[in-house]
Design a protein around this ligand. Structure first.
Ligand code: LMR
Length: 331
C-alpha cells in the first residue's frame, strides 16, 4: 500500500514537472515590434529580418511579433505603449523623441548632413553613440540607429524656391525644429501622425509634407501629390528603442543573442536603405503621377540660406559641441 502511494506521488510529481516544463516551453519571451511604415521599406524589411533571425536562433525561447502600418499603435502612442509594456520594441524617427530628450533634435537641423554617409559617420562617432543612452533617465534604452534616407518635399503645387512655399501647410513629425524649419520659409507646419498623412493630403487639409522616397512611394503619397521637390534638406532616420525594464529583465544570455540578431537585422536594413531609396524614386518617376523637380545650385542655396538660422535658434537646447561634431562628419 505504502509503495503504491509513493508510486502515485512520484507519478503525480513527474507529470507536474512535465506539465510545467511544457508550459515553460510554450511560454517564450514575446517581443512585440510595433512600427508605422509599410513592410516594403527599410524599417519594414529590417523588422522581418529580425523576426526571422530570432525564430531561427532562439525559436521556442523568444518570439518576435511585428506590427507594421500603425496597426497596433500610431506614432504618437508607440513610445508610451512601450513604457507601459504593451510593446517591447519600437523604431520611431529621431524627430519623435522630443518629449524624452532635446539632444536628438540635432538630426532635424535642416541641411546639416550632406548625405547618408555623413549621417552614418556621425552616428558611429563617440558623440553619436552616446546619444543612444540619452533617454536612460526616462526608462528608454537605445539599441541602435536605422537608416531611411534624405527627405524631399511633396506638394500640391510646384515648389522651386522658398518663396513658393510661403503660406502653404505642411505636415511635420512632432518636432519643434521641423516646425521652425517650415516657419523659416513662411510656411505653416502641422504636427500630425504618419497614419493620417494620406487622408490629410487627399482632402487638401494640407498642401504638402516632407518624407523619403520610400515613404512617399509605399504610402502612395505620389499618387495624390503632383510635385516632389528633390531638396534632400533633412534626414529621416530611426532609433531602435526598448524599455530598460523589459530589456534588462531578459536573462543575460538571451539578451545577448537578441541584441546580436537586432544588430544583424539593423545592418541589413542600413545596407538596403540606399538602394531602396533609388528604386522607389525610379518607381515614382515611372508612374508618371508626379513630377520630380530638381534644384539648381542657386535654388538650393536659397533654401539653405532661409533655413540655416534654425541651427542658431536651437543651439542652446542641442549643444554647440554636438552640432559642430555632426557638421564635421561631412568633411
Ligand atoms: C513620418 O512620420 O513621416 C515617418 O517618421 C514615418 C517613419 O517611421 O518613417
Amino acid at each position: 500500500m505504502f509503495r503504491k502511494i509513493t508510486t502515485l506521488i512520484a507519478t503525480a510529481a513527474l507529470s507536474a514537472l512535465i506539465v510545467s516544463s511544457a508550459a515553460l516551453a510554450a511560454d517564450p519571451i514575446v517581443i512585440k515590434f510595433s512600427h508605422v511604415v509599410a513592410e516594403n521599406t527599410p524599417k519594414g524589411k529590417m523588422a522581418t529580418k529580425f523576426k526571422d533571425l530570432v525564430a531561427e536562433r532562439l525559436g521556442g525561447k523568444v518570439q518576435v511579433e511585428v506590427y507594421p502600418n500603425s496597426q497596433l499603435f500610431g506614432d504618437n502612442k508607440e513610445i508610451e505603449a512601450m513604457l507601459l509594456g504593451d510593446v517591447q520594441l519600437v523604431a520611431p524617427a529621431l524627430s519623435k523623441f522630443e518629449r524624452y530628450t532635446k539632444q536628438l533634435q540635432i538630426y532635424d537641423l535642416p541641411f546639416l548632413f550632406k548625405d547618408m554617409a555623413a549621417v552614418e559617420k556621425f552616428q558611429q562617432s563617440d558623440k553619436g553613440q552616446a546619444l543612444l543612452s540619452s533617454m536612460e533617465s526616462k526608462g528608454l534604452v537605445g539599441l541602435g540607429y536605422l537608416h531611411n534616407g534624405l527627405k524631399q518635399l511633396s506638394c500640391a503645387s510646384a515648389i522651386k524656391v522658398p518663396a513658393d512655399a510661403s503660406g502653404l501647410k505642411f505636415r511635420i513629425m512632432t518636432s519643434d525644429v521641423l516646425a521652425a524649419q517650415f516657419e523659416a520659409v513662411k510656411a505653416v507646419p502641422l504636427k500630425k501622425p504618419f497614419s493620417e498623412v494620406f487622408t490629410l493630403l487627399q482632402t487638401r487639409a494640407i498642401d504638402g509634407q516632407e518624407n523619403t522616397y520610400s515613404n512617399i512611394y509605399s504610402k502612395k503619397f505620389f499618387e495624390i501629390q503632383p510635385y516632389i521637390t528633390e531638396s534632400n534638406h533633412g534626414v529621416l532616420d530611426y532609433m531602435l528603442v526598448s524599455s530598460t525594464e523589459f530589456w534588462m529583465g531578459m536573462p543575460e544570455d538571451i539578451r545577448k543573442e537578441v541584441k546580436k540578431a537586432l544588430d544583424e537585422a539593423t545592418a541589413y536594413g542600413n545596407q538596403i536603405a540606399d538602394s531602396q531609396d533609388l528604386e522607389d524614386r525610379q518607381k515614382i518617376v515611372e508612374s508618371k503621377r508626379t513630377e520630380i523637380i530638381t534644384l539648381s545650385e542657386a535654388e538650393r542655396n536659397q533654401w539653405i540660406e532661409a533655413m540655416k538660422p534654425v541651427w542658431l535658434q536651437f543651439e542652446k537646447e542641442i549643444g554647440k559641441d554636438l552640432i559642430d561634431a555632426a557638421y564635421q562628419a561631412n568633411i
